[in-house]
Design a protein around this ligand. Sequence first.
Ligand SMILES: [Cu+2]
Length: 438
Amino acid sequence: MSRSHDHTPSSRYITHEESEDGIDRRGFLECMAWVGTGIVWALKSGVPTSYAMSRVPLLSESERKSIFFAQISDSHIGFSKEANKDVTATLREAVAKLNALPESPKFVLHTGDISQLSKPDEFDTADQVLRELRTDKVFFVPGEHDVLNDNGASYLARYGKPVGAKGGGWYSFDHSGVHFIGLVNVLNLEAGGLGSLGREQLDWLRRDVHGLAASTPIVIFAHIPLWTVYPEWGWGTDDSEQALALLKRFGSVTVLNGHIHQIMQKVEGNVAFHTAMSTAFPQPAPGTAPAPGPIKVEPERLRSVLGVADVTYVPGRHTLAVVDATLSGLAPAFAAMAHETMSTERRARSKIMSLAPNEIGIDNFSFTPPVLTVARGTHVTWINEDDVPHLIVNVQRRFKASPVLDTDQRYSVELTAAGTYDYFCSLHPKMTGKIVVQ
Ligand SMILES: [Cu+2]
C-alpha cells in the first residue's frame, strides 16, 4: 500500500503521462497530480481506467448523458481575502454549471468547508445558493471550518439531523444500487496527527457495510483525503487504512474528498480516490510552497482552478466515472500556477513579524518561535498573521483553548505554574509548539 511507502515528494507526485490508448497505466501504481488536464475515470467491471478529458467524447451516449450525481467542495462562504473576494459568486457559478448539464444530477454531495468560520449567516448564505441547484437533495459532510467553536454541534443540528446522522455526523444511504457513506474526519484531532475517524465511527462503518454484497458499488465521501496525499501539510487521515480494510471485499470503492482544493487521483486495487477542486480558492500543489493555504492567481485564471465534479454511473455495468469541470470550462490551470505564481505569491505575503519576548507569531501554518521560554506569571500572546484561521489548544489542557483566531486576531493566557506546555492548532494538528515556564 502506498500509505506506507516512503517516496520523496518529488517522486510521489508525478505528472500525468498518458499512453497511446488513453489508459494511464502508471496511475494504477503511483500517486499522481493531475496537472493541466481534466480527468475522467471509470471502473469497468472493477477494472480502473482513466482518460484525459479529451476522451470524454469516446464515452457512450448514455454514459455522457446520465450524470448520476455531482460533487461540490470547499465553498468557504465568508472568506473574502485576496485569493477570492466573492466566494458566494463562484459558488453560484458552480451551481449554474451543474444546472446547465444535459441532465440534472440526482443529488449533490458537498464534501465540506461549506463555511469559513462556522458562522450561522455563512451557512445561511451557502444554503440559499445551494437551494438554486436543480437536484433532489444535497448531502453534506463537515470540513474543519464547519465545526469551529462547538465541536460540530451547530453543523450537526443543521446538516446532520436531516440525514439521520450518527455520532459526529456520519451516515449512509442507498441510491440506484450504490451504497453511499459520508464520513467525518475533522473532529477530535490530536497534536501532530492528521485527520481522524475514531473508533466509534470505524465500529459504525463495520456494522454499516456488514450485510452488503461484495458486488455493491461503494462511494465514500469525506472532507480530508482518506489517502496520504501529503502528511507534512496534514493532507491525510491517520486511521483511513482501518476504514479501507473494511471495504477490501467490495469490487468497486470510490472515495471522494475535498480539503486540498485541487484535483488528485489515485487507484489502488479496488479503490479509486479522487479529490475535487474548491469553488472558492486554489491551494498550492504539495511541496511547492512553504505551507498550504489560499493562493491568489491572475484574475483571468481563477475560474480555471475552481470547479465541480460530475459522476456518472451506468447500473449493471459497474461503471462509475468522475469528470472534473472548471468554472471557466477550460482545462484546470493548476500546473502553470504551481510553477509561476505560488512561490512569489507566498514570498510576497509572508510578513516579517517583530515579536515581543512573550509573543508567538502564527504564519505559514507554523508557530514562531516554536519553543518559547518565559518566567512564571507571564501573559503569553499568540498573533495570527496567517490568512487562514487557527485555534490554539494545550495538549495537557492546563490552559483554556482559544476561540478561532482569524487573521490579525490575538489570544493571551497567563501562565502561573512552572512547567512545559505543549500546544497545537486543533484545525491543523500538524502545527505544534511548546512553552517552557520557568
Ligand atoms: Cu491551524
